[in-house]
Design a protein around this ligand. Structure first.
Ligand code: G6P
Length: 613
């Protein structure tokens, strides 16, 4: 978590940094700060969001052409002004921002205290910087050399940027485990550093993604990249494909709403060139050399966290049904810490919007070490998970900025369904006619989502009625069970209402005890193979006076006659229904959160990119 930025060039650095931090705020918003060099090193920092930092710098001289910035998601030390980054060295000549965790900071801190260091914060970052400072002092060497030595000693994850009062045209940066991108301005006249490309895109499209254990030194308009053993590396300059509009709200009040509404387009983008039903074409271009391994896999293991894990659950049902390959879905954080059986003919699919989730990355490393094939399904191009996978497929949903994931989920389902059908075609596990029908349905998903989005006004009214609920239950069966989990997650994430998702049949084994007239129950009850069963489950809830909101297939008359509110979605094959049935639930959580006055895009305690374990 945490977002870092850096700038050196001819512009007003504080403006570039503040704007950059606003773009990175989704990574954490416990505090924000900047350090600028202009006739000395000046640090401004404040607990709270970037807006709070802006208030304290107002009226102060913040003109400078070099600086660094940080937006924090607290790990070591609670959110406070003191724990906010940037941190100073003891002589106050260096300042550093850091995204990540230094695991051996306690040992280092004790050693440094013994040498006379005192600390102003409880952070591992301040220890890290003092450690670098001490190495430089002890050995009388250049700062970059001291950084390299320090990096060989620290254990943990980091992306750092350091400025020094003594070198007012220099930025030193390094990464291991946390992302870092460098944007190169025209004629190398300026450089931008950031945790992702969103703060950079409006200035330049030429970027270099720094690799793990690399150190970048930008000085006098030149950039030099070495590894931590000081072997020089040739930077690989890539062209960003992102457009500025993609990271702005485009007239919506919140990114989340913009992203919900974008789904007909994002799913269409995700399908483009991959599925052409009439030609029986179904192909993910990113999976070529590993296609054989995938088709012949002994087992597919899906590792993911949060919403991506829910997409994995849907994929388990789809892949097993259409390809008959056994699938196991794992919470990446559990998988990596037990001793799972992984064989060389297993394929691990890592699903991650950000491509930076630390536990998912660690699950990849574990599976890799056992010889399994790794496929990544990521949204962020060039992200760590995308790069550490053997092959994979991007979801092409465009930047997702709202902390609660919406369009990434439907895009993940699109890729995973495409993957299942691609395997089914190659392995001939589906009759041609069925495959064709599924491809036709898959191609129609963007318009089906557009139709489902029309329930917005109805959802607004329902949200008014239930905005003060204390609890919510979400129930679904089969393909709609993971949708129930996702609906509940969305609601708790952004409205802070306690919500649980359950397989509808499991209700009898516990949650039914919670049902009374105060308990809203959302049933995802579209017409599928378990329709009759879910009708019975709805009756069980109604018999106990629960309030039922049901997501039903258009034209259904039975369930609407039994429930308090019925929301229609268009019909589609049951395996593809989650991409459509989740839409009203995204809207429901959004409107309830707005009505409760919650900060929809930046819910408390959460961060979009979880780079700590
Ligand atoms: C965080 C985000 C969720 C996301 C999860 C996994 O918890 O708030 O929205 O689903 O991380 O993130 P990933 O980027 O790996 O999909």
């Amino acid at each position: 978590m945490c977002g870092i930025v850096g700038y050196v060039g001819h512009r007003n650095a504080s403006e570039v940094l503040i704007k950059g931090l606003q773009r990175l705020e989704y990574r954490g918003y416990d505090s924000a700060g900047i350090a600028l060099i202009k006739e000395g090193l000046h640090v401004f920092k404040k607990q709270g969001k970037v807006a709070e930092l802006q208030k304290i710098i107002e009226g102060k001289d913040t003109t400078a052409t070099i600086g660094i910035g940080h937006t924090r998601w607290a790990t070591h030390g609670g959110p406070s002004d003191g724990n906010a980054h940037p941190h100073y060295s003891s002589d106050k000549k260096l300042a550093m921002v850091h995204n990540g965790i230094i695991e051996n900071y306690d040992v280092l801190k004790k050693e440094l205290i013994a040498k006379g260091h005192t600390f102003e914060s409880e952070t591992d970052t301040e220890v890290f910087l003092h450690f670098i400072e001490q190495i430089q002092k002890d050995n009388n060497i250049a700062l970059e050399e001291a950084v390299r030595i320090a990096l060989n000693e620290v254990i943990g994850a980091y992306a750092i940027v350091i400025v020094s009062e003594d070198a007012p045209d220099q930025l030193i940066a390094a990464r291991k485990g946390s992302p870092l991108v460098i944007g190169i301005g025209e004629n190398k006249s300026e450089y931008f550093l950031a945790s992702d490309a969103t703060p950079i895109v409006e200035y330049t499209k030429d970027v270099v993604y720094i690799n793990d254990e690399e150190v970048a030194v930008i000085r006098g308009g030149e950039m030099k990249i070495t590894d931590i053993k000081n072997v020089e590396k040739t930077p690989y300059i890539q062209t960003l494909e992102m457009e500025l509009e993609a990271i702005e709200k485009g007239g919506y009040d919140h990114f989340m709403m913009k992203e919900i509404m974008e789904q007909p387009r994002s799913v269409a983008d995700c399908l483009r060139g991959r599925v052409i039903a009439d030609q029986m074409h179904v192909k993910l271009g990113g999976i070529r050399h590993k296609m054989k391994d995938l088709m012949n896999a002994n087992r597919i293991i899906i590792a993911a966290c949060g919403t991506s894990w829910h997409a994995g659950l849907v994929a388990e049902y789809i892949i097993e049904e259409f390809t008959r390959i056994p699938v196991e879905v794992e919470y990446a954080s559990e998988f990596r810490y037990r001793n799972p059986i992984i064989r060389e003919d297993d394929v691990l699919i890592a699903i991650s919007q950000s491509g930076e989730t630390a536990d998912t990355l660690a699950a990849i490393e574990l599976a890799k070490s056992k010889g399994a094939t790794i496929l990544g399904v990521c949204n962020v191009v060039g992200s760590s998970i995308a790069r550490s996978s053997d092959e994979g497929a991007y979801t092409h949903a465009g930047p997702e900025i709202g902390v609660a994931s919406t369009k990434a989920f439907t895009a993940q389902l699109t890729v995973l369904t495409t993957m299942a059908l691609m395997i089914a075609k190659e392995k001939q596990t589906l009759p041609e006619e069925t495959l064709h029908k599924l491809l036709v349905d898959l191609e129609s998903i963007p318009e089906k989502i557009a139709e489902a989005l029309k329930c917005e006004e109805e959802i607004k009214k329902i949200s008014e009625m239930y905005k003060d609920a204390q609890n919510f239950l979400y129930l679904g069966r089969g393909y709609n069970f993971p949708v129930a989990l996702e609906g509940a997650l969305k609601l708790k994430e952004i409205s802070y209402i306690h919500a649980e998702g359950y397989p509808a049949a499991e209700m009898k084994h516990g949650p039914i005890a919670l049902i009374d007239e105060e308990m809203p129950v959302a049933f995802i009850a579209t017409k599928d193979s378990s329709y009759e069963k879910i009708v019975s489950n709805i009756q069980e809830v109604k018999a106990r006076k629960g309030k039922v909101i049901a997501i039903v297939t258009k034209g259904d008359t039975l369930i609407p006659s039994m429930v308090d509110h019925a929301i229609e979605v268009p019909d589609v094959h049951e395996a593809l229904m989650p991409m459509v049935s989740v839409i009203p639930l995204q809207l429901l959580s959004y409107y309830i959160a707005v009505l409760r006055g919650c900060d929809v895009d930046q819910p408390r305690n959460l961060a979009k990119s979880v780079t700590v374990e």
